[in-house]
Write a protein that binds this ligand. Structure first.
Ligand SMILES: [Zn+2]
Length: 485
């Protein structure tokens, strides 16, 4: 009897040891890179219950073991600026290495509806800011339809808000933050009627909630008094006045050929203790709607471009004055690609240490599908102007740190460390490249062999796994407080 008990004891002990060593998934023998700790070594990564449970030199056993030999194993990329949130876009994002794609620039018009619609149907992690543009449209009696983020030109974009209207905009933003908004999102250029004081009031609201403001600044181009320099000064001033953190989106397109000047302004603000951050995407052209306020009279002088620098994304048609007038005056909001920057500028912006990579992803522009692998191919491999580790920092750790200003969940992202969320990209640094072009904007990138989202394999041997939806919501403190009540 004693022998039997001892035997059973041994059996229990050995199964305990085996189960302790058995991981759900093991990524074996890859070059494991973590921009926060600087780890860059061949390691085995054990994943259990959606988390990175172990990073070790010794062999790990798992229900599934993926051979990552010769491949880079890095934190999945976090895109702070992704507009197209449908499955087609999520697929190309996943194949570009992205495990989290957030709509932070402007935000969706209805955060609760957005979160509900996406729950359980999403490939990669998601979330949104609370949209000042949508709140303003609502208060002016022209609510934005679900699925849109930009208003057409009208009173909601062009008129000054009364003090009462500003209070109602703030009230709506508070509701949206309580619904899970991660920040206040502003597209000041799309609401030129917003006064400087209205902008400061929105920053005050963000500061009251201790949340950042993400903004597309008021104006682009070089013509004073409404230059990009003035626009960046405006939001840095609002951050200084209110204490809110500020993230200036797509400095490459907002500041265009003055992007390096704008970066020096961000650096100056940071040197004086302000929390100001920024991002860029690696393309010389931007994209927006042709009947938005970007194209109010004088746009050619402001942007230093003409009709032929505008292109329709679906056909590749370059515009003429006649064609522009028809489309600009139409009630249909069509997207248009704007070639307004120079390659030399982009080539200096992307390696700048202040610049995070964010795609501003929209179907119709190649940045939606190709941003991350394009940086890895062009700047790390071909031009050699960024180290691989620094590129990973720009794509994972820096946006995770930005996200920490909105949610403690940000601490578990953007890191290849024990205890972090198992959001992981496994790619071939020698071959990864973008394939999307202005003619074929949805061509997926190649070189991402595996993508793991919350411990679930979403890209397996370079292909999307059908019928898995591992994406989870990231929500702001308003929603979390409500859940704890
Ligand atoms: Zn924008």
């Amino acid at each position: 009897m004693r022998k039997l008990i001892f035997f059973l004891f041994l059996l229990t002990l050995s199964t305990t040891i085996v189960s302790a060593q058995q991981y759900d998934l093991v990524l074996a023998g890859g070059r494991v890179m973590d921009p926060e700790t600087g780890l860059d070594a061949v390691r085995n990564v054990g994943i259990r219950d959606g988390k990175i449970a172990r990073i070790a030199a010794e062999t790990l056993s798992g229900h599934r073991v993926i051979d990552a030999n010769g491949l880079v194993v890095a934190p999945g990329f976090i895109d702070l600026h992704q507009h197209s949130q449908d499955l087609a876009s999520q697929r190309v994002k996943a194949l570009d290495g992205v495990t989290t794609a957030l709509e932070m620039e402007i935000g969706v018009p209805d955060v609760a509806q957005f979160l509900k619609a996406k729950e359980g149907h999403t490939l990669i992690n998601y979330g949104s800011s609370a949209s000042q543009v949508a709140a303003r449209s609502l208060v002016f009696g022209a609510p934005l339809p679900v699925g849109t983020i930009l208003p057409k030109i009208g009173p909601a974009t062009d008129e000054h808000a009364t003090p009462e209207q500003i209070e109602r905009i703030k009230e709506r933003l508070r509701e949206e933050l309580d619904a899970g908004g991660l920040a206040v999102g502003m597209g000041i250029q799309y609401t030129p009627g917003a006064t400087r004081l209205e902008v400061i009031d929105m920053f005050r609201l963000a500061a009251e909630r201790r949340l950042p403001v993400y903004t597309h600044v008021r104006s682009a181009g070089r013509v004073e008094p409404n230059s990009a320099i003035a626009a960046v000064s405006e939001v840095i001033g609002a951050a200084a006045i209110t204490g809110a953190s500020l993230h200036i989106v797509h400095i490459n397109s907002s500041c265009s050929r003055d992007a390096l000047e704008c970066l020096s302004m961000v650096a100056g603000a940071r040197a004086r203790g302000l929390d100001v951050t920024t991002e860029a995407y690696p393309y010389i052209a931007g994209m927006t709607t042709i009947n938005s306020a970007v194209f109010s009279p004088g746009w050619q002088e402001r942007l230093g471009i003409s009709y032929g620098d505008l292109m329709l994304p679906d056909t590749g048609e370059r515009l003429t004055k006649e064609r522009f007038d028809v489309l600009h005056n139409s009630s249909t909001a069509r997207w248009v690609v704007i070639f307004d920057n120079k390659q030399e500028v982009i080539d200096k912006v992307i390696p700048n240490p202040l610049v995070m990579i964010a795609s501003d992803g929209l179907e119709g522009h190649p940045r939606n599908a190709g941003t991350y692998s394009r940086v890895l191919a062009q700047y790390v491999r071909e031009k050699g102007t960024i180290t691989l580790m620094d590129a990973l920092r720009k794509m994972s750790l820096m946006p995770a740190e930005m996200l920490e200003r909105s949610t403690p969940a940000g601490h578990q992202k953007g890191r290849l460390q024990e205890g972090a969320d198992a959001d992981i990209v496994v790619f071939d640094a020698a071959t990864i490249r973008d394939r999307s072009t202005f003619e074929k904007p949805m061509e997926p990138s190649t070189g991402v062999h595996y993508l793991v989202v919350g411990g679930t394999v979403l890209v397996d041997d370079g292909k999307i796994v059908p019928n898995v939806f591992p994406g989870h919501a990231l929500v702001g403190p308003g929603k979390r407080a409500a859940a704890n009540d």
